[in-house]
Design a protein around this ligand. Structure first.
Ligand SMILES: *Cc1c(COP(=O)(O)O)cnc(C)c1O
Length: 418
């Protein structure tokens, strides 16, 4: 089928949840994704941070083929090889002790919230004073199921579906005083992303992260870190909290975990794991043999090929080049991120949208999050030559657009917000 035919059918039979770009992709190779007409696009978004090894990676192909010939699904009623081998790899690399596998990010997050409430229940049973409240952050994003939207900041994700899960309070981002004011023995967990993704690639400050760790430790509450976007090597470490020297009580992983096959995980300490007993939580599909086999292949390939190192080196280079671009273009008001999780914030939402559209016309995929933020989440196999291509395209596009938007740029006040 051609794109127009697909669009016509989808507009009749699918729920209208996405305004898709008019592109029909057929296959991919390395960092390129290829459309129905054979056009190659440099993919700096990698399926929203999922395709960590790029497209058609032989290690993933081999793992899928090998495992699909043996066993795709067993349910969690029986043993298979994958969960033990994958959980060993994850616990060794993250500093946490135990793992539960889900299919998606939002399910891992639901499990994290359930663990926190159950853990607080155990502490209450032991005579401690601890409540059931969650503290989440402004601009947070944790997914689309009920627990997740309840702890997600933007009202448009929550309000049409209310009532949401009660007992969630939002703290101003990186505001230690606000965190201290809102924290009490009513709180069972503080919920953060080490580096906010949807919220605009915003890293926590060391001070805020340390305060969240110290406050939770003072009452027995938990520090829960959502690493679904930042984790599994994207920032040059297995988890972004490792840059801060902080160990949370619970962390969630998903997007790049199985290189494109759906898989999520919630990891926790031995202390937290005490709260869970057989029958309390479960999943039909989570941690299936196919997804686990592919995740193991992804981790082993990342180590064999030095991809954490590559994410650091190419990511640093990318960030330097973006910074150089910001010196040339007044319309770039901030550059931030870590490794291959990067952002350039522009001074107007319209400009940001136009840049994404014009990059697409030049066959480079990026997106815009949080209205004004150009987001880059490329595969970990990215090379400096790809960065150079993206930077020179951005440079030319900003030169073109500035002639049209110069009035808007002047009105929104240049670099003051950087
Ligand atoms: C994408 C994302 C989620 C939700 O993951 P899904 O697999 O879409 O359910 C949760 N938290 C963060 C930080 C994310 O980036």
């Amino acid at each position: 089928m051609k794109l127009e035919a697909i669009q016509a059918i989808e507009s009749r039979v699918l729920l209208e949840t996405y305004e898709r770009n008019p592109l029909l992709f057929e296959r991919g190779e390395g960092v390129y994704i290829i459309d129905e007409n054979g056009n190659r696009y440099l993919d700096l978004l990698s399926g929203i941070g999922v395709n960590a090894l790029g497209y058609a990676h032989p290690a993933i192909e081999e793992a899928i083929l090998r495992q699909s010939r043996k066993l795709i699904h067993t349910s969690n009623l029986y043993f298979h090889n994958g969960q033990a081998e994958l959980a060993l790899r994850l616990t060794e690399r993250t500093g946490l002790d135990r793992v539960f596998f889900s299919n998606t990010g939002t399910e891992a997050w639901e499990a994290a919230m359930k663990l926190a409430r159950a853990h607080a229940g155990v502490l209450r049973g032991e005579g401690k004073t601890i409540g059931t409240k969650f503290l989440a952050l402004d601009q947070s994003f944790h997914g689309r199921t009920y627990g997740s939207i309840s702890t997600t900041y933007k009202a448009k994700y929550r309000d049409p579906f209310g009532p949401v899960v009660p007992g969630v309070d939002f703290v101003r981002f990186n505001d230690v005083a606000d965190l201290r004011a809102k924290f009490s023995s009513d709180v069972c967990a503080i919920l953060v992303e080490s580096i906010q993704g949807e919220g605009g690639i915003r890293p926590l400050t060391e001070e805020f992260f340390a305060a969240a760790r110290e406050l939770t430790q003072s009452t027995g509450a938990l520090l829960i870190v959502d690493e679904i976007q930042a984790g599994m090597g994207r920032t040059g470490k297995w988890c972004a909290y490792q840059h801060y020297g902080i160990l949370p009580d619970i962390a969630t992983l998903a997007k790049p975990l199985a290189g494109g096959i759906p898989l999520g995980a919630v990891l926790c300490t031995e202390e937290v794991a005490r709260a869970i007993h057989p029958g309390m939580h479960g999943t039909t599909f989570g941690g299936g043999p196919l997804a686990c086999a592919v995740a193991i292949a992804v981790i082993d390939t990342m180590e064999r090929d030095g991809l954490l190192q590559n994410a650091t080196e190419v990511g640093d280079y990318f960030q330097e080049q973006l910074q150089a671009l910001a010196h040339k273009h007044e319309s770039i008001i901030d550059v931030r991120g870590k490794g291959l999780m990067l952002a350039a914030e522009l001074n107007s939402p319209d400009l940001a949208k136009s840049v994404v559209r014009k990059m697409l016309k030049r066959h480079i995929l990026i997106n815009c999050t949080s209205d004004t933020v150009l987001r880059f989440l490329p595969p970990y196999i990215l090379q400096k030559t790809h960065v150079d291509a993206a930077i020179s395209a951005l440079d030319e596009i900003l030169n073109e657009l500035v002639n049209i938007t110069i009035v808007g740029v002047a009105e929104t006040g240049g670099k003051s917000r950087g």
